[in-house]
Design a protein around this ligand. Structure first.
Ligand SMILES: [Fe+2]
Ligand SMILES: [Fe+2]
Length: 343
């Protein structure tokens, strides 16, 4: 019987993602402080570029958390650590060099958290990998930031220790190291905007649902099946409801079959609730999943062939991004409501 929608492994990843977000906010506020306190124009400019990346990546992290579809709080120890660091950074006990040293360690921690989540996702399932793909950008940029911070530390450290200017050539070395990471990430790193268009966002969800169906139908392990179905259940409920709130009303006046789309959504929601009490090891369960997959696929096909062109043609790029933000916000709220109802 599929009763528990939450899987322990998936919750652990949700906690890590939430900690990454908290740490990202800390990195940003520290960086702003450094820009205020530093008198070196070259370093200030580099810090400014870094903080702009970090702010964009905060948005990327938000997207990843919503796409992932499981929410959790950061651990209390992490929240405490963040408060402590914040106090030190605002205080006058540490020199700027010492503060930036701390920042470099935090950046390292952030990079490692991102890589770890990535590795864990490969073990948990293809649907998790699909959901957290945008995290790659954040990880590569953080690696590049670590190199920049090392360069800044070298300059500040030599000045603080000797009162003299360090040898030339630091930034050239930093640039080489950064280029190595941007080379790996390709065009991903140069993206300056965290917001996707509404069609990209919907498509990501549709692909994730396909992946979950394949995982369920390809598995004979009732525990894994329960885990995948728990995720699919939440994802479809949240996606479908958010579409009804944000997407369908926007195209309604230009699409004569909107009512049909709403009806299909209702049917899919009912099917999900009918599957929930079934035994994941039974053939009845798999047969019901097959029927659900067909219903979901037909609905998705109609959306992608009828609704997507209307979104593209009737709305400007800016409006489509705005709709993406609203869709993401609606999903996030629905996920919170669902978590509150089941815990
Ligand atoms: Fe839909
Ligand atoms: Fe959809």
């Amino acid at each position: 019987m599929v009763e528990t929608l939450d899987d322990t492994k998936r919750l652990a990843i949700a906690t890590k993602l939430s900690e990454m977000k908290a740490l990202q906010n800390l990195l940003i506020s520290n960086n702003r402080q450094f820009i205020q306190d530093c008198t070196d124009d070259e370093i200030r400019q580099r810090l400014q570029n870094m903080v702009e990346d970090d702010e964009k990546n905060l948005g990327v992290l938000d997207t990843v958390i919503v796409q992932y579809g499981v929410k959790a709080e950061a651990k209390e120890t992490t929240q405490k650590m963040i408060e402590e660091v914040q106090k030190l950074m605002k205080g006058s006990e540490l020199t700027l060099f010492e503060k930036v040293s701390q920042q470099e360690l935090l950046k390292h921690r952030q990079t490692m958290a991102g890589l770890l989540i990535h590795k864990a996702a490969q073990i948990i399932g293809a649907d998790v990998e699909a959901a957290i793909t945008p995290l790659n950008t954040v990880n590569f940029e953080n690696r590049a930031h670590q190199e920049q911070l090392k360069g800044i530390l070298e300059i500040l450290g030599v000045r603080e220790l000797t009162g003299l200017e360090p040898h030339q050539g630091i930034w050239a070395r930093v640039q080489d190291a950064v280029a190595a990471f941007t080379g790996v990430a390709g065009s991903v790193v140069s993206r300056t905007d965290d917001e996707m268009s509404i069609r990209d966002l919907l498509l990501m969800d549709h692909t994730k649902a396909d992946t979950l169906f394949a995982e369920i139908l390809g598995s004979d392990d009732p525990e894994k099946i329960q885990e995948y179905f728990g995720q699919l259940y939440k994802d479809i409920k949240v996606h479908g409801t958010a579409e009804e709130q944000v997407v369908y009303p926007a195209i309604r006046s230009d699409y004569e079959h909107t009512q049909e789309i709403y009806k299909q959504t209702d049917e899919v929601m009912e099917m999900l609730d009918e599957i929930t009490p079934l035994d994941p090891a039974s053939s009845e369960f798999k047969a019901a999943i097959e029927r659900l997959r067909t219903a979901v696929r037909n609905h998705i096909n109609q959306e992608e062939s009828d609704i997507f062109p209307r979104l593209r043609n009737n709305f400007s790029d800016e409006q489509q991004k705005q709709m993406a933000t609203e869709f993401k916000t609606a999903k996030s709220r629905l996920q919170d409501e669902m978590a509150a109802a089941t815990h």
